[in-house]
Design a protein around this ligand. Structure first.
Ligand code: Z5A
Length: 225
């Protein structure tokens, strides 16, 4: 049994965490997941995130988002830490679960590195592609939902929440470049990346995400009764 990796991507405050929780609840309460399980397609439903999806990755996450030392973290250092986080996550957690038939809902993955370290920080795309390949050993998402929201709207949402981390503190043009990065990726990989307008209410966004996932299930598993 081979599982599926569904990734939620987007800029700050796009609602990824909110939507992942909603989608898990929907999959469980609607009976979709039970049906897929009883038909032998899937085995379990798992939520995870990057950075910080394993115990070791939690320490890397702490370093990436919570570092407050005077010596500035260099862009390449940041890139390598994200790659280390991912290598651990993929080898120790994601790949074994997928081999057991898990449906994995993951908050951020490789496209975040392209958007943030590539478009945001300006590191060479060839270097990022190489590191993504090394870190994932070729594991690509089966579906990526890009929750797209104007930068000001997303930042306003996160500011209302209170605490701001190291990356959220970056200037607005950084976040604009990140959004352009996701836009470019969606154009380059239409078979994998689905654009979702994340500006409306939480409930409306959930509905759009449900529709995108239901379509993919049909493509992967045929008619589900
Ligand atoms: N990063 C990177 O640079 N390179 C990489 O390779 C990877 C990551 C993997 C991870 O931070 C950071 O790492 C991230 C990119 C970088 N940059 N930063 N900072 P994180 O995991 O702590 O956080 P995040 O991934 O950036 O998520 P977030 O900004 O915390 O938000 P979110 O998960 O997308 O949204 P949320 O928590 O669901 O919602 C935010 C607030 O908006 C909350 O109060 C909600 O109630 C509200 N919300 C959500 N949806 C709506 C709608 N539809 N309407 C109104 N309000 C809403």
């Amino acid at each position: 049994m081979q599982g599926k990796l569904i990734v939620f991507e987007g800029g700050e405050g796009s609602g990824k965490t909110t939507q992942i929780r909603q989608i898990r609840a929907w999959l469980e309460s609607s009976g979709w997941f039970e049906k897929l399980k009883s038909q032998g397609h899937l085995h379990q439903l798992v939520i995870t995130r990057e950075p910080g999806g394993t115990e070791l990755s939690q320490s890397i996450r702490q370093l990436l988002l919570g570092y407050t030392g005077e010596e500035p973290m260099q862009a390449r250092t940041e890139l390598l830490l994200y790659a280390a986080d991912r290598a651990q996550h993929v080898e120790y957690y994601l790949r074994p679960l997928l081999e057991q038939g898990a449906l994995i809902l993951c908050d951020r993955y490789t496209d975040s590195t392209v958007a943030y370290q590539g478009y945001g920080r300006g590191l060479e795309q060839a270097l990022i592609a190489q590191l993504n390949q090394i870190a994932t050993n070729g594991l690509v998402s089966d579906l990526t939902l890009w929750l797209d929201v104007p930068v000001e709207v997303g930042l306003h949402r996160t500011q209302q929440r209170g605490t701001v981390d190291r990356i959220e503190q970056a200037d607005i043009s950084f976040h604009q470049r990140v959004r352009e990065g996701f836009m470019q990726l969606a154009q380059e990989h239409p078979e994998r990346i689905v654009w979702v307008d994340a500006s409306p209410s939480e409930a409306e966004v959930t509905l759009a995400v449900q529709q995108a996932i239901a379509l993919k299930f049909q493509e992967w598993y045929g008619e589900i009764r």
